[in-house]
Design a protein around this ligand. Structure first.
Ligand SMILES: Cc1cc2nc3c(=O)[nH]c(=O)nc-3n(C[C@H](O)[C@H](O)[C@H](O)COP(=O)(O)OP(=O)(O)OC[C@H]3O[C@@H](n4cnc5c(N)ncnc54)[C@H](O)[C@@H]3O)c2cc1C
Length: 167
């Protein structure tokens, strides 16, 4: 918690009191106590953690593949080996946060031409119909090479669409 933080809790947070009081962070001195505080079964949580720890000791993450590519490793702790993205979780107290999925970008969408004009089934531009941002089929074709790859094309194709309309 001190070195890496957790969720909205930044590293080197001097006090966790507000996070705990507001219910954002849940704490337990043991995995059983944490499970109880979360209202979930202790046994599956302990088994999940044991599995994770076993892999983390060898620098692997069989379940989610953390640190499995250069982009993830770039965002990890370069001083931590063998995998900068995983380490065993074994020293109390233990903390949990609720994680909710949200959307960031899309991989599929409306096919467009170089002027952001939407194409029909035959690949012909549809008059006066433009798309950019998350509505447009990503120029990255499903890959996520790094931050900026959603806003960058969104701005660029928004600009190109406006230029084409003005023309
Ligand atoms: C936490 C987070 C971090 C991110 N960080 C980055 C980053 O670092 N770099 C990067 O490039 N991208 C980042 N993104 C992704 C990027 O913000 C989005 O891909 C981008 O904003 C999508 O733009 P958009 O215009 O397509 O859609 P949106 O920004 O979602 O705009 C759609 C708009 O349409 C409005 N709307 C919806 N329905 C209707 C309706 N019926 N009538 C009228 N209006 C409607 C919505 O209110 C919204 O304002 C991040 C996203 C998230 C969630």
């Amino acid at each position: 918690m001190w070195r890496y933080g957790l969720g909205a809790v930044r590293p080197f947070a001097l006090s966790l009191r507000e996070y705990l009081r507001g219910g954002y962070l849940v704490r337990g001195q043991t995995i059983g106590a944490l499970a109880l505080a979360l209202g979930i079964d202790a046994e599956p949580l302990a088994a999940t953690l044991a599995r994770y720890n076993e892999g983390a000791r060898n620098g692997t993450d069989p379940e989610f593949g953390r640190g499995g590519d250069a982009y993830q490793r770039y965002l990890g702790d370069a001083d931590h080996t063998p995998n900068p993205c995983v380490a065993p979780i074994e020293h109390p107290p233990f903390y949990a946060v609720a994680v909710h999925p949200g959307d960031l970008g899309t991989a599929a969408g409306l096919l467009t031409d170089e002027n952001a004009r939407v194409l029909d089934g035959a690949g012909r531009p549809i008059d006066n119909l433009y798309a950019c941002g998350n509505d447009m089929s990503s120029i990255m074709n499903g890959a996520y090479p790094g931050p900026g790859i959603t806003l960058g094309p969104a701005l660029t194709f928004g600009y190109l669409a406006a230029k084409h309309m003005a023309g």
